[in-house]
Design a protein around this ligand. Structure first.
Ligand SMILES: CC(C)(COP(=O)(O)OP(=O)(O)OC[C@H]1O[C@@H](n2cnc3c(N)ncnc32)[C@H](O)[C@@H]1OP(=O)(O)O)[C@@H](O)C(=O)NCCC(=O)NCCS
Length: 231
């Protein structure tokens, strides 16, 4: 998997967007959302282009939403066994790639407000009890770790938040991350692997894979100089 910080919207990077993606880019009202979206696509095309041995601009990504047909779903590479997941928060954009195994990536900024309503939305009853019993100073970190792990699992399935986050229960803090209970058919504890990721202070991140075989992750920082397309 690869981490990047948001790229500037200059012409060399914008040239890697398809017309449909350019329409999405233009529709964001906030510059930081535009830049994170652009960076996710640049990351995906440059990394996958290397993997496939083709130019970044030739990497096809299909993000058709199965629910509404709009191009905002989980991206996939047509006619390939490559699986990918993109996540962005604050100053971080991440890309997870695997061959043949569905993956889900999530990064959360831990500086966000984490009020009781949000805890109830994200955590199962067992997890809520665990978090509520912690000293106040530890709660936010543990909560955001749970959140990133859970959303990574939901994103690996391709259903995302159509699966209620609280329908899945994970191991408590201090234990190896794993799914211990699920009220949703798409999430099977025995065939879901989870790994925490480190992308700097102020962020919680995790990657999930739908496999009973465990998960080994290699993390890279993506450097624009290594990938910059000729302009
Ligand atoms: C995807 C989703 C989890 C967003 O998460 P988020 O915390 O806001 O944002 P993240 O940065 O972690 O992830 C966003 C990325 O997830 C990916 N994504 C979109 N839909 C996805 C899905 N169903 N499953 C997995 N990944 C998905 C995209 O790559 C997206 O980034 P991009 O648009 O720049 O390519 C959430 O919007 C979702 O679950 N959407 C699908 C469910 C839904 O509402 N469907 C009906 C839509 S009509």
């Amino acid at each position: 998997m690869w981490w990047a910080t948001p790229l500037p919207a200059d012409d060399a990077w914008l040239a890697l967007l398809t017309p449909v993606e350019r329409t999405r880019f233009d529709a964001y009202r906030k510059a930081e959302d535009r830049d994170r979206f652009l960076t996710g696509r640049v990351l995906a095309r440059t990394v996958l282009g290397r993997r496939l041995g083709i130019a970044p601009a030739d990497v096809e990504l299909d993000a058709t939403c199965p629910d509404c047909g709009r191009p905002h779903g989980k991206p996939r590479v047509p006619d390939s066994d490559l699986e990918l997941s993109i996540s962005h928060a604050g100053d971080r954009v991440g890309l997870a790639v695997s061959s043949g195994t569905p993956v889900g990536l999530d990064v959360e900024a831990t500086t966000r407000n984490s009020g009781d309503d949000l805890l109830r939305y994200v955590l199962s009853d067992a997890e809520y009890t665990t978090v509520a019993a912690l000293p106040e100073a530890d709660r936010a970190d543990v909560f955001f770790t749970y959140w990133a792990r859970k959303e990574a699992v939901m994103k690996a399935t391709g259903l995302g938040l159509k699966i209620p986050l609280k329908s899945v229960t994970l191991t408590p803090p201090g234990q190896q991350p794993a799914v211990v209970g699920s009220a949703h058919d798409a999430v099977q504890p025995a065939s879901t692997a989870l790994v925490d990721l480190q992308c700097g202070p102020g962020y919680a991140a995790a990657v999930a894979a739908l496999t009973p075989n465990g998960l080994a992750v290699t993390q890279h920082w993506w450097q624009s100089a290594d990938f910059r397309p000729l302009s």
